[in-house]
Design a protein around this ligand. Structure first.
Ligand code: GLP
Length: 259
C-alpha cells in the first residue's frame, strides 16, 4: 500500500487523473471503477478538463460501486444519476458502457449475480476509485462485512445515512438498503486508488492503513491487495503514526514508477 500525503484536494485530483490518463493512453478500452460521494468529484472535474483537451473515453467501460435500493427511476440521489451527472455525461463515455448495480430489481440476488458477471465479462476492473466512509466503509460495505463478500444487498449504518442525508431533501428520504460490490469484488480490481480528505476521515484512515485487517474497518482489507494507492490531505493523514515515513518514501521515489 502506497500512502501519498498532499496539500489538498486539487493535487490529489491531479495525481489520480494522471494515473487514469496513463492507463487510458496505454489501454483505450480500460475498465474504470467509479465511486460516488464528494471525494472523487475533483477527480471527475479534472478528467473532464483533460477530455476537453483531447483525452478520449470513447472505448472506456465503467462500473459503479454501489446503488441505493428502491429509489424511483431518475431520482437525483440515485448513484446511476450521480455518476451520469458528475462524470460520464460530461465526457465521451458511451452510456451503454456505464454499468451499476440495479437498485430497482425485483430479484435482487439475480441482479447482483448479473452485475458480477458483467464485470467478469468486461475483463475485470483496471482501476478502481474509492472514497472512504467515516466508519471505514468502502462502497457500501459497512463494518461487519465479510472480507470475502460479493455484490449483495446491505443495510446502512445510521451514521452513513446521516452522512449522506445532504444528497437528499431530508434524512427520512435516505434509503436503509443498498446494493454494493463486495469487498472480495473490490479486491479483484487491478489497481485501487482511495481518496480521503478532511479531519473527519482521520480515524478511518488510520484504521485502514495501520490498523489490523478486520471487518470492523472494512477498508482495512485493502492491506491484502498488491496495488493500492491512498491519496490523503494533511487533515485526513493527521492520525497516521508513520506519516513521516510515507512522506519520505514518496519524496524519494523514482518518478518512472508512477503510482
Ligand atoms: C458513500 C459511498 C461511498 C463513499 C462514501 C464517502 O457512502 N457509498 O462509496 O466512499 O459515501 O463519501 P464522501 O466522499 O462524500 O465522504
Amino acid at each position: 500500500m502506497e500512502v501519498v500525503i498532499l496539500p489538498g484536494a486539487k493535487p490529489i485530483a491531479a495525481l489520480a487523473a494522471d494515473a487514469i490518463e496513463a492507463l487510458l493512453r496505454n489501454k483505450p478500452d480500460a475498465v474504470l471503477g467509479l465511486a460516488t460521494g464528494s471525494s472523487p468529484l475533483p477527480v471527475y472535474e479534472e478528467l473532464e478538463r483533460r477530455h476537453r483537451r483531447g483525452l478520449d473515453f470513447s472505448r472506456v467501460r465503467a462500473f459503479a460501486l454501489d446503488e441505493y435500493v428502491g429509489l424511483p427511476p431518475g431520482h437525483p440521489g440515485s448513484y446511476r444519476e450521480v455518476i451520469r451527472r458528475e462524470f460520464t455525461g460530461r465526457v465521451n463515455i458511451r452510456p451503454e458502457n456505464v454499468h451499476g448495480p440495479d437498485g430497482e430489481a425485483a430479484d435482487v440476488p439475480a441482479a447482483c449475480r448479473a452485475f458480477e458477471e458483467a464485470i467478469r465479462a468486461a475483463g475485470g476492473v483496471d482501476l478502481q476509485l474509492l472514497g472512504l466512509g467515516t466508519d471505514g466503509h468502502i462502497g457500501f460495505n459497512e463494518p461487519g462485512s465479510s472480507l470475502a463478500s460479493r455484490t449483495r444487498i446491505k443495510t446502512l449504518v445510521e451514521q452513513t445515512r446521516r452522512d449522506n442525508a445532504r444528497f437528499f431533501s431530508n434524512l427520512a428520504e435516505v434509503p436503509h438498503h443498498v446494493i454494493t460490490q463486495g469487498l472480495g469484488t473490490i479486491l479483484e480490481a487491478r489497481h485501487v486508488i482511495l481518496l480521503a480528505t478532511g479531519a473527519q476521515k482521520a480515524q478511518a484512515v488510520r484504521d485502514l492503513v495501520e490498523g489490523p485487517v478486520a471487518a470492523i474497518c472494512p477498508a482495512s482489507v485493502l492491506q491484502l491487495h498488491p496495488h493500492v494507492t491512498v491519496l490523503l490531505d494533511e487533515a485526513a493523514a493527521s492520525s497516521l503514526r508513520l506519516a513521516d515515513y510515507y512522506r519520505h518514501s514518496y519524496d524519494s521515489k523514482p518518478r518512472w514508477q508512477g503510482l
